[in-house]
Design a protein around this ligand. Structure first.
Ligand code: ADP
Ligand code: MG
Length: 486
């Protein structure tokens, strides 16, 4: 079998641009994967490997330790998930793979992706273990047995210390978003967890960036790792970057002006501080935008609700700090706005890489004050070509109120614990209630709640009919989730 790898060696990072280095054959079929897995990949619409998958899967499936670096949204999850699933023995009821993630949201996303990818095989149990939930139910789930555990380092460590998690049968350890875990101060916890894993195992480390701490981690816990690094190279045609010079006191108003001029359906606005997040949120709401903020002070439940509403298109603008937004997988993002240019070029490239995914074009706007010009010089150097300067005076606010988001979120009080599944909710809305499939958007089921996005035009009607009807033969309580601007 021919390898599609960019030349990777043990000591020097292999580099491959998004469209260079990697051979043209990106078919999953050339990998040693079970036929059922290949069929499932087809059904999921995974027709070709992404570059990071093409570079890492052959090595990971061959059992090598890996340090893999590629930007957010490049498909890293499947790169490790397919590998750990391939080694799994479904008939053995023991934890065979452990994935460490920095936050609960990311753990949930990863667990979901693993479950999707495991659909081809019989009954693989994937369990998430994160802080913010009570220990007891997690302990009883563990007693029932799980094949794969996905969790945050602190909570996994708690379970190890209480003896409720046994890693004796583990054969794969994954450190996902390793850079972010280090940022969050998890180094020592990761050390404890890694030491509790059997020595004979495969360790896969995935990261969007490559700070110093990663090398330290990998020296300690990886065995002759192969290093794969896909340079950040966004196709110029997909992300249209524009820079605007602003006076300090114009900055927030300029964000509103950009939104009114370009009218993107979904925008992620990056602020450098929490205070700036708060100020921007206030201004946008005053201007009639449906906007939400994501920052470190939110409780877990509030964070969940913000993310769900943004991802299902019932919120137009998400205002966030880098730390709060890193690693989140949001598709269909039309624009990214750098409310302040970040001093870190790598962070800049990472921020704008959120838009222009797969086959959609995206905007990336940056607001720059006089004192931040040096930062832009660095970005320009990194890009290797001149950047486009534009003037705020070119922008024209469309008249009237800003476009409302296309969807509205309904919150059903009841979730997995009540055995509610997405299909039940879809059935209730398209069955007796008489709505069409096109009017229903994403449905997210959590342990205790269900969020369903419906077209704005049917929101009240859908709320009324769901409240009057039943799901799984039971009455449910339903609310309209609306922020203060709505
Ligand atoms: P990362 O971890 O690198 O940020 P993810 O693993 O979250 O990226 O993947 C980003 C998105 O791409 C997900 O929605 C995932 O379902 C999708 N994806 C991953 N691999 C493929 C593929 N080979 N073909 C199509 N879509 C894919
Ligand atoms: Mg990821």
């Amino acid at each position: 079998m021919n390898s599609v790898l960019p030349a990777a060696t043990d000591d020097a990072p292999a580099t491959a641009g998004a469209d260079s280095g990697v051979a043209s054959n990106l078919s999953f079929a050339q990998l040693p994967l079970a036929p059922a897995t290949l069929v499932n990949l087809q059904q999921l619409g995974y027709l070709q490997m992404t570059p990071i998958q093409a570079a890492s899967l052959p090595l990971a499936l061959a059992g090598r330790d890996l340090i893999a670096q590629a930007k957010t949204g490049s498909g890293k999850t499947a790169a490790f998930a397919l590998s750990l699933l391939a080694k799994l023995n479904p008939r053995r009821f023991a934890v065979q793979a452990l994935v460490l993630c920095p936050t609960r949201e990311l753990a949930d996303q990863v667990a979901q992706e693993i479950r999707r990818l495991a659909r081809g095989e019989d009954n693989i149990k994937v369990l998430t273990l994160c802080g913010g939930s009570t220990m007891r139910p997690q302990m009883s789930s563990l007693e029932h047995g799980a094949h794969v555990v996905v969790g945050t380092p602190g909570r996994i460590m708690d379970h190890l210390q209480r003896g409720s998690l046994d890693l004796a049968a583990l054969n794969t350890l994954v450190l996902d978003e390793a850079d972010r875990m280090l940022d969050m101060g998890f180094f020592d916890d990761i050390v404890v967890v890694a030491k509790a894993c059997p020595k004979e195992r495969q360790t896969l480390l995935f990261s969007a960036t490559y700070p110093e701490g990663i090398a330290k981690l990998s020296r300690q816990f990886l065995r002759q790792p192969q290093q794969i690094s896909l340079l950040e190279q966004h196709e110029a045609s997909k992300i249209r970057q524009r820079f605007y010079e602003v006076e300090r006191d114009q900055r927030l108003a300029a964000v509103a002006l950009l939104l009114k001029h370009y009218r993107p359906v979904s925008t992620l606005a990056f602020c450098n501080t929490r205070q700036q997040c708060r100020d921007l949120l206030q201004l946008l709401r005053a201007e009639g935008f449906v906007a939400l903020a994501l920052h470190g002070e939110l409780e877990q439940r509030e964070r969940d609700q913000v993310l769900v509403q943004f991802a299902n298109r019932s919120c137009s603008v998400l205002v966030a700090t880098d730390v709060a937004a890193r690693g989140l997988d949001i598709d269909q993002l039309e624009a990214v706005i750098n409310v302040d240019v970040t001093p870190d070029t790598e962070v800049h490239v990472h921020r704008i890489g959120r838009t222009g995914r797969v086959d959609q074009a995206g905007w990336a706007f940056s607001l720059v004050s006089g004192s931040q010009m040096a930062r832009v010089d660095n970005i320009e150097k990194e890009l290797g070509h001149e950047i486009e300067w534009h003037s705020l005076s070119e922008l024209q606010a469309a008249p009237g109120k800003p476009l409302p988001p296309p969807m509205v979120t309904l919150l059903i009080l009841g979730g997995r614990k009540e055995k509610i599944r997405a299909g039940d909710v879809l059935g209730a809305l398209t069955g007796e209630a008489g709505f069409s499939k096109e009017q229903i958007g994403k449905i997210n089921v959590t342990d205790t709640s269900t969020y369903v996005a419906v077209a704005r035009s049917i929101a009240r009607d859908a709320l009324r009919k769901l409240s009057a009807g039943t799901i799984k033969g039971k009455k449910v309580r339903v609310h309209l989730l609306q922020d203060k601007a709505g």
